[in-house]
Design a protein around this ligand. Structure first.
Ligand code: DGL
Length: 229
């Protein structure tokens, strides 16, 4: 299908997590149309084998291309880690934008030299995260924390439920106690819990999440290709 300026921008994630990226993109580019796939049927991606995530990412991409998308935003850290190299190699004419934990700005901001990164096991095992960490965070200590229960809370719509703060506190308190003064939300489900995470971390750590940066990158790619609406 041929695409043009009026074609939509596609987003996919294992669920509703990546909606925060779509929302940031719409704030930045209100004239753009978007298509969002929440692959909730296969959620979570975080602990699935790489080959399976590649297959699921391919299926989401096919559906977005069939909907005429001019750009595919992989709005999931785990899917980016497992599949973006494969997607770029397979769909050569399609521009892709991915997301990875914002380790570089966190390393620059930290005063204690200790940074907490919250993400899935799949993201922590990926090439991108490990290369970025080796390049930009070799002088800081990173506390890598898998927080799969946050994904469940968001998918169930329990962000404001009475027990949520306790669950968040249980996961984050040890990271704060270890001296982390920056927390990186390295999974697109986690920004939905940002108010709770910020409440727990108040006065101790700053919370970083890269939705706005990914939105700006998507706009840049559209501009470069003359595809901005
Ligand atoms: N939203 C996905 C990410 O950014 C992960 C959620 C899941 O485990 O499916 O990594």
């Amino acid at each position: 299908m041929s695409v043009g300026k009026s074609s939509p921008v596609g987003f996919f994630d294992s669920g509703i997590g990546g909606k925060c990226i779509e929302a940031a993109f719409k704030r930045l580019c209100p004239a753009e149309k978007t298509v969002y796939i929440a692959d909730s049927e296969h959620c979570p991606y975080g602990n699935k084998p790489k080959e399976e995530i590649i297959r699921l990412a391919e299926s989401c991409t096919e559906r977005l291309l069939a909907a005429g998308c001019k750009l595919v935003v992989v709005a999931c850290n785990t899917a980016t880690a497992a599949a973006i190299d494969h997607l770029r190699a397979k769909y050569r004419s399609v521009p892709f934008v991915g997301i990875e934990p914002a380790v570089k700005p966190a390393a620059l901001e930290s005063r204690t030299g200790i940074v907490g990164v919250l993400a899935t096991q799949g993201t922590f095992s990926g090439r991108l995260y490990n290369e970025t960490k080796a390049k930009f965070a070799k002088d800081v200590t990173i506390i890598a924390t898998v927080a799969d229960e946050f994904v469940t809370i968001v998918e169930r719509g329990e962000v404001d439920a009475p027990g949520t703060e306790t669950i968040v506190r249980k996961r984050i308190e040890p990271v704060l106690a270890a001296g982390a003064d920056v927390l990186v939300l390295g999974c697109t489900h986690f920004p939905h819990l940002k108010p709770v995470i910020e409440k727990v971390a108040a006065g101790r750590a700053r919370v970083i999440e890269p939705s706005e940066a990914v939105a700006r990158q998507a706009r840049r790619v559209l501009e470069e290709r003359g595809l901005l609406a």
